[in-house]
Ligand binder design. Structure first.
Ligand SMILES: Cc1cc2nc3c(=O)[nH]c(=O)nc-3n(C[C@H](O)[C@H](O)[C@H](O)COP(=O)(O)OP(=O)(O)OC[C@H]3O[C@@H](n4cnc5c(N)ncnc54)[C@H](O)[C@@H]3O)c2cc1C
Length: 409
C-alpha cells in the first residue's frame, strides 16, 4: 500500500495537537501546507476540565466556562489569606475546547482529520502507522505515543490512560517519577451553600497519610460545584478511597449532608523531571505531556501549552523552520522543579507544609509568576527562601550528582 505524504502529521489531537493545529490554521504562512491530524477518538466527550490562572491581558480561549475572582487556601490548621489580583482563575471544559478547535481547524482546507489509533512512528522517515494506513510527514508532532513510564498501566481503576505507552522500559532512577491523581464529583445541593465567585485552590485540612493530599473546590453556582480529592504520590490509591475522602470532606468541612452527584472526573497527570528536551528525534517532535509541557512541580499544563505553541508557531512562521528548543524551559526553572519534586518524593518537607509556607510568606501572584516561569531572578530567590531552606539544600545535594552526570536538566 502506498504511503500518503503530508507536510505535517500531528499524532494526538488533544490539548497540544489541537492547539498546534489552531495556531497553524490561523496563519496564512501555513495555508499551503498539507496537514494530517490523527486521534484514536473523535473528541466529542467532556473528558476533562482545565483550570488556570491568567491576567486579563493574557489571551485565553473564548470558550471559558467559568471565571473566579477569588481563591481560598487552607493549611492543615487555618485559612491563609489568598489575594490573586491581577490574576483570575478560569475553567475551560474539554468538550467546549474540542468543539471550538475543530471549528477553527475546519476553516483551513489543508488540514485533514483521521480517527484511528496510531500504532507506531518511524522517527527517521516520519512514517506514522495507524490501523487505517500509514502516512508520512516531513514533520511529525507526537502527543499520543510515549516510551516513558509517565503513567501507570491501564487497569480496571484507570481503564483509559490518555497516552499510549509503546515500551516497557523501567523508570530511570536518575529522575523523579511522581503522579498527580485525583477524582472529582460535580455535586448539586438542594440549598445554596457555595460562594460562586470563590474557588478553593488547596485545602490541606485532610489526613495526609504520609503523602501530599488536598481538596479542590470549584463552585459553578451557589448549588453546584466540582469537589476534587487530589494526591501527589508515586502510586494510585485504591479506587474507593477517592470517594471516601470526598464524602468525608463534604460532611466534615463543608457541612454538606444532602447532595446528588451529577458527573465524575478521574485523572492522572505525570509529575516528572524526565528530559523532554531530548525527545526531538529525527522528524518527530514531541509535544504536550510527552514533550514535557506539564509543569513538573504543579501538574498544570493548559496555559503553558497555549504559550509554548504560540511562541513555537510564531518562530516557525518567521524563520521557515520548526525549532523544538522553544519548548524547553530555562535550566534554572528545570533545576528548581526537580528539587521540588525530590523534596516531595523523599518527604524532606511534607507537601502540605511546603505549599502552606509558600502561600503564607508570598502573595499568590508571586507564586503564579514562578509557576508560569515569568518570575524575575529576585522573585525566584525570595521563593526559594520561603520554605524551610535546609531540606531544599539537601534535595539539591541529592540532585547535584545527577546534574553533573547530565541527568535531570
Ligand atoms: C482529567 C485531567 C484534568 C486536568 N486538569 C488540568 C487543569 O485543570 N489545568 C491544567 O493546566 N492541566 C490539567 N491537566 C493536565 C494537562 O493539561 C492535560 O493532561 C492536557 O490534556 C495534556 O495535553 P496533551 O495534548 O499532552 O494530552 P491529551 O490532551 O490527553 O491529548 C493526547 C491525545 O492523544 C490521543 N491518543 C493517545 N493514544 C493514541 C493513539 N495510540 N493513537 C491516536 N491517538 C492517541 C488521545 O486520544 C488524546 O486525544 C489535566 C489532565 C487530566 C488528565
Amino acid at each position: 500500500m502506498q504511503t500518503e505524504k503530508f507536510d505535517v502529521v500531528i499524532a494526538g489531537a488533544g490539548l497540544a495537537g489541537l492547539t498546534l493545529a489552531m495556531e497553524m490554521a490561523a496563519r496564512p504562512f501555513f495555508r499551503q501546507l498539507k496537514i494530517l491530524l490523527i486521534d484514536r477518538e473523535e473528541k466529542i466527550k467532556n473528558d476533562r476540565t482545565w483550570c488556570f490562572w491568567a491576567k486579563d491581558e493574557e489571551p485565553i480561549p473564548p470558550v471559558t466556562h467559568k471565571t473566579w475572582n477569588n481563591c481560598r487556601f487552607f493549611s492543615h490548621s487555618a485559612e491563609i489569606p489568598m489575594r490573586i489580583t491581577p490574576y483570575r482563575y478560569h475553567m475551560v471544559r474539554g468538550i467546549d475546547f474540542y468543539r471550538y478547535a475543530h471549528e477553527r481547524i475546519s476553516q483551513h482546507t489543508g488540514i485533514q482529520r483521521l480517527i484511528a489509533p496510531v500504532t507506531s512512528i518511524e522517527a527517521h522517515t516520519g512514517i506514522v502507522h495507524t490501523t487505517r494506513g500509514s502516512f508520512q510527514g516531513n514533520y511529525v508532532f507526537n502527543s499520543a505515543l510515549t516510551s516513558l513510564p509517565l503513567l501507570p498501566p491501564a487497569d480496571t481503576h484507570f481503564p483509559e490512560p490518555p497516552l499510549s505507552r509503546i515500551s516497557d522500559a523501567p523508570k530511570d532512577p536518575h529522575y523523579t517519577w511522581m503522579l498527580q491523581h485525583f477524582k472529582g464529583w460535580v455535586i448539586e445541593t438542594p440549598e445554596p451553600v457555595f460562594d460562586a465567585d470563590t474557588a478553593t485552590f488547596m485545602d490541606y485540612r485532610i489526613d495526609q497519610k504520609g503523602e501530599t493530599r488536598f481538596m479542590y473546590v470549584l463552585p459553578l453556582t451557589t448549588r453546584r460545584a466540582l469537589v476534587e480529592f487530589t494526591v501527589f504520590s508515586s502510586a494510585l490509591c485504591p479506587a474507593e478511597e477517592y470517594d471516601e475522602e470526598i464524602r468525608n470532606y463534604l460532611y466534615k468541612h463543608l457541612n454538606i449532608k444532602h447532595f446528588s452527584i451529577e458527573e465524575t472526573e478521574f485523572g492522572v497527570i505525570p509529575m516528572s523531571d524526565f528530559p523532554a528536551k531530548s525527545i526531538a528525534d529525527g522528524r518527530v517532535i514531541s509535544i504536550g505531556t510527552v514533550g514535557g509541557f506539564v509543569k513538573p512541580s504543579s501538574g498544570y499544563a493548559f496555559k503553558r501549552t497555549q504559550r509554548k505553541m504560540k511562541a513555537f508557531v510564531d518562530a516557525w512562521e518567521k524563520t521557515g523552520t520548526p525549532a523544538s528548543e522553544i519548548f524547553s524551559s530555562q535550566t534554572g526553572f528545570r533545576m528548581l522543579d526537580s528539587i521540588m519534586l525530590r523534596v516531595l518524593r523523599d518527604h524532606l518537607v511534607p507537601g502540605d507544609v511546603l505549599f502552606s509556607q509558600l502561600f503564607r510568606k508570598l502573595d499568590a501572584p508571586h507564586v503564579f509568576r514562578f509557576l508560569d516561569e515569568d518570575a524575575t531572578f529576585a522573585e525566584v530567590l525570595r521563593l526559594v527562601m520561603a520554605p524551610p531552606t535546609l531540606p531544599f539544600l539537601k534535595a539539591a545535594g541529592r540532585q547535584a550528582a545527577n546534574w553533573v552526570r547530565g541527568y535531570g536538566v
